[in-house]
Every structure is written in structure tokens, then in C-alpha cells.
Design a protein around this ligand. Structure first.
Ligand code: E4P
Ligand code: PEP
Length: 339
């Protein structure tokens, strides 16, 4: 870190800061200018104390970070793309992951029909919420354990891998018995105790970006998973809250490019939550593939008009087939193949 002292700080004031920098575990290297002194504090900022507290001294003007706050998630620590192997299905690097299925698991018939349809169109991972984070307590909350049983049945029948959301720490163990990938939703994106438990499950984790989460906070949330021993982390951009009303959320494609640059972790896009409109999903998928995303998480329903959650943003089977066909030329252009 760099500590900038105020002009004309006295020798005693400079020595006081040099001493404190040492107490906090860094080696201080002062640079004395004509009127101002700057101190380089040498040490790993990510594991040593944060020196911003030194601004409590009146002689300290500012403290600047040099290193990023995330370490394990950064490309600096791991230059090559991470490829996650989900029980035989690889995602990351040149392998594109197509995850699709209903917003909510509603019934055996609905799930099985959807699982067969998305598999036939090319998906390798089936999504479906058994526990639903609903805004209103009066709206469909998911089938819970019965939903997990149906997801396990769908995997048995189709061979598709399963991604499903876990809402609370107390559910991690039993959701992980069914899930191949645990989904941490936007509403829990910074629930650190849940992240730690999910990391310990040993299952791959797809971490959504929170609705008002900065990219740095998102990467630091991923850092929790990595720091607790789970290297299999997908970052998922699903749109953020903005002033725009034509879409439910604003899909932040710049975040995809930034996450790919900053981190080695595979980046997945959820265009369904990202805009909340089925008619825009294909365009956003094409954009996401062109931007370098490593996978898509798409909501598909046999009859979206009758869906128990988020019908407005789910595509039907024909829509999903069209979507998969539409992204093919773009996948080829970026040298990726669907896993
Ligand atoms: C569905 O996946 C979520 O539970 C849903 O988007 C939450 O939104 P709502 O409850 O406000 O409809
Ligand atoms: C979901 O994918 O089912 C979901 C609830 O998404 P998000 O957390 O992005 O709102």
C-alpha cells in the first residue's frame, strides 16, 4: 500500500507512521519529497492488515491499495482458465456449458418433459428450483424435498447433471445430496455463512451476482468459496437493478468481460433473470457468447403462461431449440464447443 502524508509533516509525525506500518506487519520504505513524504508499505495487502486505518492520523492524507483484494479468484494467481468438471461435463476454457430447465420444479410431468426437451436441444445440465426465493410469502415457494426427488429422477432418466438453488445454511447438506452444482442466488450472493457451508459441501457452486453488487464484491464472495477449499466456482451474471423499466434487470455484459479479465473462473450468463423477458433472451445469449461467456443458464417451461414463477421470462421448447441454433455461429467464432 502507499501512504501519502500531508505536506510539511514533521519528522516525529513521519516516524510515528513508519512505526505503525511496522506494527501492522509491513516493511516501510519512505520516499521524502521537497514538501511531502510518501511511504511504500511492503507486504501482501490481501493477508496483512488494511492500512486505511492510518488515515486516523492527522498527518496522513490518503492510503492507496496496490494489490487487488481477491487473491485466489484472480488471474494473477491462476493465469489459465479454470475448467470445471461436473461429473464428466466440462465447462470453462473452450468448453461451453448449456444449463437449462424450468424456473421452478412444479410437477413430475413438467420436469420430465422439460428435461427431455432441453437434452434433445443440446443442454447438458438441468436447472430447476426446488426452494424458491420469492418476494411475496404468498407466492409459490417451491416443492422443497419433493422437488429434489424429482430432479434426481430427471438425472436418472436423462443423464443430465443437476443445478439447483440452496437458500440457507441448514439446507446445504441435503440439497448437495441431489445437486451436482449448488446455485447461490442473487438474494444470497453475500451471505458469507451460506457461502462457507456451500464451499464445504464439495459440490461445484454457481455464484450469482447480487442485484446491487459491485464486481469487486462479487469476486470477493467467490473468494470465500475458494478460500474455504472449493476450487469449482462458476461466476454468474444475472443482471443488476438500475433505473430502467423496460427490463426487469439490466444485464451487465461489461461485467462478463471484466470478470473474464480479472478472474480465471468460468463466467455464466442468466439472460432470463437478466432481462425478465422471453422475447429478449436469444439476443442476450448471442451477446453473451460473443463477449466470451463460458455458459448460459436458461429458463425453459413447457407452457410459460402456466408457470408458477417467472412465466414472463421462460422460453418454451421451440424457443429453446431456436436459441441453441442461434448461438452456434457465435460459439464457432469464439472457438467454443458446447460441452
Ligand atoms: C425465481 O426464480 C425467483 O424466485 C423469482 O425471480 C423471484 O421473484 P419474485 O418472487 O419477485 O417473482
Ligand atoms: C433463479 O435462477 O431461480 C433465481 C432465483 O435467480 P436469481 O437469484 O438470479 O434471482
Amino acid at each position: 500500500m502507499i501512504i501519502v502524508l500531508r505536506p510539511h509533516a514533521s519528522k516525529e509525525q513521519i516516524d510515528q507512521v513508519l512505526h505503525e506500518v511496522e506494527v501492522l506487519g509491513y516493511t516501510p520504505a519512505p520516499i521524502h519529497g521537497a514538501t511531502q513524504t510518501v511511504i511504500a508499505a511492503i507486504g501482501d495487502e490481501r493477508t496483512h492488515a488494511n492500512l486505511e486505518s492510518l488515515t486516523a492520523f492527522p498527518q496522513v492524507e490518503s492510503v492507496l491499495r496496490v494489490q487487488k483484494r481477491y487473491k485466489l479468484a484472480s488471474r494473477e494467481s491462476h493465469p489459465a482458465d479454470t475448467v470445471i468438471n461436473v461429473d464428466g461435463v466440462e465447462v470453462g476454457g473452450g468448453k461451453f456449458g448449456l444449463m437449462a430447465g424450468p424456473c421452478s420444479v412444479e410437477s413430475e410431468e413438467q420436469l420430465m418433459k422439460t428435461a427431455h426437451a432441453v437434452k434433445a436441444a443440446g443442454a447438458t445440465i438441468l436447472r430447476g428450483g426446488a426452494y424458491k426465493p420469492r418476494t411475496s410469502p404468498y407466492e409459490f415457494q417451491g416443492l422443497g424435498k419433493e422437488g429434489l426427488r424429482l430432479l434426481a429422477l430427471a438425472r436418472k432418466e436423462t443423464g443430465l447433471k443437476i443445478i439447483t438453488e440452496v437458500l440457507s445454511e441448514r439446507d446445504v447438506e441435503h440439497v448437495a445430496e441431489t445437486a451436482d452444482i449448488l446455485q447461490i442466488g442473487a438474494r444470497n450472493a453475500q451471505n458469507y455463512q451460506l457461502l462457507i457451508e456451500a464451499a464445504k459441501s464439495g459440490k461445484a457452486v454457481l455464484l450469482k451476482r447480487g442485484m446491487s453488487e459491485r464486481i469487486e464484491e462479487w469476486l470477493l464472495a467467490a473468494e470465500y468459496l475458494l478460500a474455504h477449499g472449493n476450487p469449482n466456482v462458476f461466476l454468474c451474471e444475472r443482471g443488476i437493478r438500475t433505473f430502467e423499466t423496460y427490463t426487469r434487470n439490466t444485464l451487465d455484459l461489461a461485467a462478463v468481460a471484466i470478470a473474464k479479465k480479472e478472474s480465471h473462473l468460468p463466467v455464466v450468463i442468466d439472460p432470463s433473470q437478466g432481462c425478465g423477458r422471453a422475447d429478449l433472451v436469444i439476443s442476450l445469449c448471442i451477446g453473451a457468447v460473443a463477449m466470451g461467456a463460458d455458459g448460459l443458464l436458461i429458463e425453459v417451461h413447457p407452457n410459460p403462461a402456466e408457470a408458477l414463477s417467472d412465466g414472463q421470462q421462460q422460453v418454451d421448447f421451440a424457443g429453446f431449440q431456436k436459441l441453441v441454433a442461434s448461438i452456434q455461429p457465435f460459439l464457432q467464432a469464439v472457438n467454443k464447443s458446447a460441452a
